[in-house]
Ligand binder design. Structure first.
Ligand code: GUN
Length: 301
């Protein structure tokens, strides 16, 4: 009998493996550029979730030898001031990556901010040039970190994904849409569903790979899951239970565990991979910006 533990995709372990490869790339980058790779992270306002994400990103960068520059603003900063700061960072030769933590205060346009980042320094992969390249099936631009982390784990766990049915629940620009492009590139048959999809389970029940990225706490129960499906839970939902904040996914883990082939837990699944992929993108930027050849390690096999 297969124990539940054997069905768990260990995102912490996968992220540590990727980080080990990134560390080697950092050393190589340092030899070529005569300096360490670097990232500037901008955080605006007070959002406790964003503060935690940024803290984890900076801590990981510092632990592995990426120089990080944390730039904090209170929410009174104007859009113009922020755009000026990004312009300055774009021009700074010793900055390889720029990340503006989202969401932004209402008075600042997310679109304008993303467009203002030099696509070569856009380690989030949100700039239309990077998303456009991804849409065209090119991997040489920056690829959004969460989808990249999902593909990394899927390929490591399942091997080639050729011909598998992949259904994504959620159509965000950060996860759902880029992940569809990546899965297509891996020769999956892809379906994107969302909050207005009629008879959602008709689509999810066909999925060999089911991606839950809708931001609704434990929405996916076993009635949506095909027998022996591989489930990737992208959700990070905060819920207060007995005065303690618990992080829950978009999938009801206990309800689906008997049915699945493999599943990512929350926490400890997609989250750590997102950070590892940010480190990967930063070192990748440090090669490509300086016209050094970069060999992808995520799509190698
Ligand atoms: N907010 C939630 N996820 C992300 C992310 O991947 N990048 C940025 N910049 N902000 C986020």
């Amino acid at each position: 009998m297969i124990s539940d533990n054997m069905k768990i995709i260990d995102g912490i372990n996968h992220s540590q493996n990727l980080i080990e490869s990134v560390k080697e790339l950092i050393l190589k980058s340092e030899r070529l550029n005569k300096r360490k790779p670097s990232i500037a992270v901008i955080l605006i306002g007070e959002n406790s979730a964003s503060e935690i994400y940024v803290k984890n990103k900076i801590k990981t960068a510092e632990n592995i030898g990426i120089i990080s520059k944390k730039i904090l603003y209170n929410s009174a900063i104007t859009e113009k001031e922020l755009l000026n700061k990004i312009k300055e960072l774009n021009q700074q030769k010793d900055i390889d990556g720029i990340l503006v933590q989202l969401p932004l205060p209402m008075h600042i346009s997310e679109d304008k901010v993303i467009l203002s980042i030099d696509p070569k320094k856009d380690v989030d992969g949100f700039h239309p040039i990077n998303l456009g390249n991804l849409f065209l099936g090119n991997n040489n631009g920056m690829i959004p970190c969460t989808p990249l982390g999902c593909i990394y784990m899927l390929k490591k766990e399942l091997g080639p994904l050729n011909g598998l049915n992949a259904t994504i629940v959620g159509r965000s620009n950060i996860v759902g849409k880029p992940l569809q492009s990546l899965l297509l590139k891996e020769n999956c048959t892809t379906t994107i569903t969302h909050s207005k999809t009629r008879n959602l389970s008709e689509f999810t029940l066909k999925a060999d790979i089911l991606i839950a990225a809708i931001g609704m706490t434990e929405f996916i129960d076993n009635s949506y899951v095909k027998d022996k499906a591989t489930v990737i839970d992208v959700g990070i939902n905060r819920k207060k239970i007995n005065d303690k904040i618990k992080i829950l996914g978009d999938v009801n883990f206990n309800d689906v565990i008997n049915k699945v082939n493999l599943i990512t837990p929350v926490p400890g699944g997609v989250g750590p991979m997102t950070i590892a992929c940010l480190m990967y993108n930063t070192v990748k930027a440090s090669f490509l910006r300086n016209n050094h050849e970069f060999k992808e390690i995520i799509f190698d096999e």
